[in-house]
Each structure stands twice: as structure tokens, then as C-alpha cells.
Design a protein around this ligand. Structure first.
Ligand code: TYM
Length: 332
């Protein structure tokens, strides 16, 4: 059986990278897989959180999933912390993960910055909790953006090592699904940096809750170069900011970069940006509007998350018990 697990952190607002790199693909995939979509709130604790803001962000991410088109009845949609088996399996897997494997993780190095001694243990162990999220449901496929590739390789390594150690094939090796035109959306201020929730500049990203004026302003201010749009993708690739805007356009329009260039080669950026604003507003506004509607009824979101959590827990507890039996923990 093919089962998908994926998740997003409720830290600050979701942005266009999260949407194009992951969420939009989930909406397609829900038609062909059994899917579990999680708001990974335990992962969010790796950075300092204001409790009230965190609570609202969890609801906001759940609302974004639904507004983008995830069906909470057909799929399982829940927040990670309500299923305590995530933390338990996280611990068990951390006892099966050599430090050397974690030391290779580039995202830890980026996030911890220069003061590694001050980074918290959770940030370091983040990838083992992520492996637990996936393996707890014996997920076979994990749709994510390109930045999560290394974490997924680690999850596969952990699953493989566990299977070998206990001479079992209990965990499937989860396959990353890095799909679509925009697997790595870059910052609007710097074409060499990933679009990220943690970037200090609001102008670096388009948030899923931005209104039409804000989207227009951010795209107008997006960094470009003085040349008109080129004719070929090879020429485009030497110009990271231009490449990023063309990639975003293509992803939103359902076109390849070649198709976008066939339409816009020779255009000035001022003109291309106008079309990009119209397209972005056209695609994002209905999602933003629906998110707002959903968020006006917090009790309903909580109810959906609760039901999803119960459905997730039923699978998770069964699998966790099997893991406990395999490794020799007594369940009297
Ligand atoms: P997070 O919350 O950082 O990102 C959520 C999803 O968005 C993708 N993404 C991007 N895609 C393209 N361009 C970008 N600039 C961009 N920024 C983010 C991410 O690749 C991701 O798919 N570790 C995960 C959360 C997680 C998880 C899991 C995912 C925890 N457990 C189990 C899958 C399975 C993360 O930090 O996502």
C-alpha cells in the first residue's frame, strides 16, 4: 500500500515556497494516495515561540492546507503534538542514529549559525523526529521541497539501519517526491538564497496571507537585473533573480520555463512583473479568502484537527507497539 506523510512547521506564515514546493503537490497527490498531512508543531519548538502565537499558527497552517484544497475528511489532517507516539518513536530512533549522521545535516549548520553551543538539542535532533513522523505511519512517499532531501535520505538511512539491526523489513524506505517546476523557490531579494520564513526581510517572500496590494508591492520591489527576459533557459540560468521569477510564473501558470520564455522573451521586467502580479493574485487570492473564512471559526478547525488526531493516533499506536515488541520493550 502506498501512503504519503508530509508536514509543515507552524512557524510564522506559510509562503509561496511552501505552497509551490509542497502544498500544491499534496492537493494533486491526495487523489492517488492515502495521505496523512501534519502540522508539525513539535518541530516548531526548536525556535523560541510565544504560546499564543504558536496556537494561532497551528490553526493557520491547518486552514492553509484546507484552503489550498486538502480534504480533511478524505485525508488525515492533524497536529503532531496530539499524537504522543511521535515523540516516543523520536526517542527510540535517536538511540539508533549515530551522531556522525546528524553532524552531516546542512540545515542544522545553517540554523544553528556560528554559536553551535547555544543551539538547542531539539534543533540537533530535528531530523530524527522527522524520521519518526514518517516511519510511525510506515509512509512510503514523502512530498517535500528540495531543501528536505537530505533529511529524507537520513530517514531512509535510519529505517534501513533499524531493519538490519532487528532483521526485519518493518519500515518501508520512504521515497521523496520532489515535484513540479518550483522545487526550490528563492528569495525575492536574493536569487541565491532560499525563500524562507526566517528571512528578516518581509520583501523576500510572498506569504499565503498577503493581500493583493502587498503581493503587488513585493513583486514590484523584487530584485532583477536591467536586461530584458532572455530567449533560452541556459541564458536564464546565469541570472538567478530572473530565473526565480520565471520559475514562479511557470509554476503558478502550470507552464515550463521554456513556455514562459516563449511568451515573454524580449520583455522588460517591468512588464513581466505586471503579468506576474496578476497571475499571483489570481491564484493566491481565493486561497487567502478561504483561509480567512476558515479561521473565523476556530472551534471548527479545532474539531477537524481533533478528529484527524484520533485517526492518526489509531495507526501510530499500533505501529509504535509493533516497534516496542521488535526492540524488546515490555508491554505488560
Ligand atoms: P518547512 O515547514 O520548512 O517547509 C514545509 C514544506 O515547504 C517546502 N519548502 C519549500 N519548497 C520550495 N521552495 C522553498 N523556498 C521552500 N521552503 C520550504 C519544504 O521542503 C517542505 O516540504 N522538516 C520539514 C517539516 C517536517 C516534515 C516531516 C516534512 C517535519 N516532519 C515529515 C515531511 C515529512 C520542514 O521544515 O518543513
Amino acid at each position: 500500500m502506498n501512503r504519503i506523510f508530509s508536514g509543515m512547521q507552524p512557524t510564522r506564515q506559510l509562503h509561496l515556497g511552501n505552497y509551490l514546493g509542497a502544498l500544491r503537490n499534496w492537493v494533486e497527490l491526495q487523489n492517488s494516495y492515502e495521505c496523512i498531512f501534519c502540522v508539525v508543531d513539535l518541530h516548531a519548538l526548536t525556535i523560541d515561540q510565544d504560546p499564543e502565537v504558536l496556537r494561532n499558527n497551528i490553526r493557520e497552517v491547518a486552514a492553509a492546507y484546507i484552503a489550498a484544497g486538502i480534504d480533511p475528511e478524505k485525508n488525515i489532517l492533524f497536529n503532531q503534538s496530539v499524537v504522543s507516539a511521535h515523540a516516543e518513536l523520536g526517542w527510540i530512533l535517536s538511540c539508533h542514529t549515530p551522531l556522525g549522521w546528524l553532524n552531516r545535516m546542512t540545515q542544522f549548520k545553517e540554523k544553528a549559525g556560528k554559536q553551535k553551543d547555544m543551539a538547542n538539542l531539539g534543533l540537533y535532533a530535528y531530523p530524527t523526529l522527522m524520521a519518526a513522523d514518517i516511519l510511525l505511519y510506515k509512509a512510503t512517499h514523502v512530498p517535500v521541497g528540495e531543501d528536505q532531501k537530505q533529511h529524507l535520505e537520513l530517514a531512509r538511512d535510519i529505517a534501513g539501519a533499524f531493519n538490519r539491526r532487528y532483521e526485519t523489513d518493518f519500515f518501508p524506505l520512504p521515497e521523496p517526491q520532489i515535484l513540479g517546476e518550483a522545487t526550490r523557490v528563492m528569495s525575492l531579494r536574493d536569487g541565491k538564497k532560499k525563500m524562507s520564513k526566517s528571512d528578516e526581510s518581509e520583501y523576500s517572500r510572498i506569504n499565503m496571507t498577503d493581500d493583493a496590494d502587498t503581493i503587488a508591492q513585493k513583486i514590484r520591489k523584487a530584485k532583477t537585473d536591467p536586461e530584458p527576459l532572455p530567449e533560452t533557459v541556459t541564458e536564464l540560468e546565469a541570472r538567478p533573480e530572473a530565473d526565480n521569477l520565471v520559475t514562479i510564473y511557470g509554476a503558478l501558470a502550470g507552464q515550463s520555463r521554456e513556455q514562459v520564455l516563449a511568451q515573454f522573451a524580449g520583455s522588460q521586467f517591468s512588464d513581466f512583473k505586471k503579468s506576474l502580479v496578476d497571475l499571483s493574485v489570481d491564484k493566491l487570492a481565493p486561497i487567502t479568502t478561504r483561509m480567512k473564512e476558515l479561521l473565523s471559526d476556530k472551534a471548527e478547525i479545532d474539531r477537524l484537527l481533533k478528529t484527524g488526531g484520533e485517526r492518526a493516533a489509531a495507526i501510530a499506536e499500533r505501529n509504535l507497539n509493533d516497534v516496542k515488541d521488535i526492540i524488546g520493550l515490555l508491554r505488560p
